[in-house]
Design a protein around this ligand. Structure first.
Ligand code: G3H
Ligand code: 13P
Ligand code: NA
Ligand code: ZN
Length: 328
């Protein structure tokens, strides 16, 4: 059944676990997440970006999610807007039945220009007032996602900051975080500590110099009752990179966020962990493998079913690792 992010994350905080938030764009991704949730008895967050809403058609996507909730009635399900960029996007998501929205005011509405505190706090507070009046939860973001190695944002993916950023922008300031939660009333706060979106996060296995998990610990000390959110939290598994590359793909050597670092975050108030890239890699790995092994195949179900299975396995692994399994 559909519940809000606030309800879901309050339970997670009480029981000391986190919920992975998986991005979906289509039926296969939605089914893969729900099958994994059912198999592990996990509550779930399905999130859709503005790009997903445009890709799938807003109303079709809304209908899909409603269908998934009805098909898996025992699984608590939060339908969340990922990286909303303004009042209008958040309002239409709420009209379409989303039970939670992210207002990402860390960037201006263009999605590339870093915003100042006043802009972010003002737009986030206004979205929160509207959403709460509708019984919908809100996630805000303070700090800009990007690489501590290069100072660059997520241009690789076609979104994120496009100017070179300093550590003061790439790492959320704990005192400012405390003020932001007070000023906006958000239910959950996304913070920046060195992760970025997409497959190319780190050029080596990350240590404290390029993945600043201590920032989370400092923020949690000041805001013990605020649900923290980690974006850019795919682990970019080596085995999936390998399958893709073995079947004609070209993924350059790269590192993601190790699962044990996320587990460290969960011990310090992280309750929502955003994952998209790992599932993209899983589906692509399975499709490349299936089509290479049988080039005569042309029934989409024959390669989409293994793609769903490989994605569901990633989801199950995360539900187990984050303590979500068994909580539904
Ligand atoms: O914010 C990043 C998510 O991975 C969604 O990506 O905007 O390409 O749908 P997208
Ligand atoms: P990844 O690209 O690491 O999967 O991050 C997804 C995300 O943060 C969506 O908001
Ligand atoms: Na989000
Ligand atoms: Zn994100």
């Amino acid at each position: 059944s559909m519940i809000t992010l606030r309800q879901l994350l309050d339970h997670a905080a009480e029981h000391g676990y986190a919920v992975p938030a998986f991005n979906i764009n289509n039926m296969e991704q939605g089914l893969a997440v729900m099958q994994a949730a059912q198999a592990t008895r996990s509550p779930v967050i399905l999130q859709a970006s503005r790009g997903a809403r445009a890709y799938a058609n807003d109303l079709v996507l809304a209908g899909l999610i409603e269908g998934l909730a009805r098909a898996f009635p025992d699984i608590p399900l939060c339908m969340h807007l990922d990286h909303g960029n303004g009042m209008e996007t958040c309002a239409t998501a709420i009209q379409n039945g989303f039970t939670s929205v992210m207002m990402d005011g860390s960037l201006k509405a263009d999605g590339t220009t870093p915003a100042d505190y006043a802009y972010n706090a003002d737009i986030t507070r206004r979205v929160t007032e509207m959403a709460h009046a509708c019984g919908v939860s809100v996630e805000g973001e303070l700090g800009v996602l990007g690489s501590l190695e290069t100072g660059m944002g997520d241009q690789e993916d076609g979104h994120g900051a496009t100017e070179k950023l300093g550590h003061d922008q790439l790492l959320t300031d704990p005192a400012e975080a405390e003020q932001f939660v007070k000023d906006t009333g958000v239910d959950a706060l996304a913070i920046a500590m060195g992760t970025s979106h997409g497959a190319y996060k780190f050029t080596r296995k990350p240590d404290g110099a390029i993945l600043a998990m201590h920032v989370i610990e400092e923020i949690h000390k000041r805001l013990p009752n605020t649900h923290l959110v980690m974006h850019g939290s795919s682990s970019v598994p080596e085995d999936l990179q390998e399958i893709i590359n073995n079947y004609g793909g070209d993924i350059r050597p790269t590192w993601g966020v190790p699962v044990e670092e996320i587990q460290r975050g969960i011990r310090s108030g992280v309750r929502k962990v955003n994952i998209d890239t790992d599932n993209r890699l899983a589906m692509t790995a399975a499709i490349r493998k299936t089509l290479t092994e049988d080039p005569s195949e042309f029934d989409p179900r024959k390669y989409l079913k293994p793609a769903m299975q490989m994605m569901a396995q990633v989801c199950k692994d995360r539900f187990e690792a984050f303590g979500t399994a068994g909580q539904a």
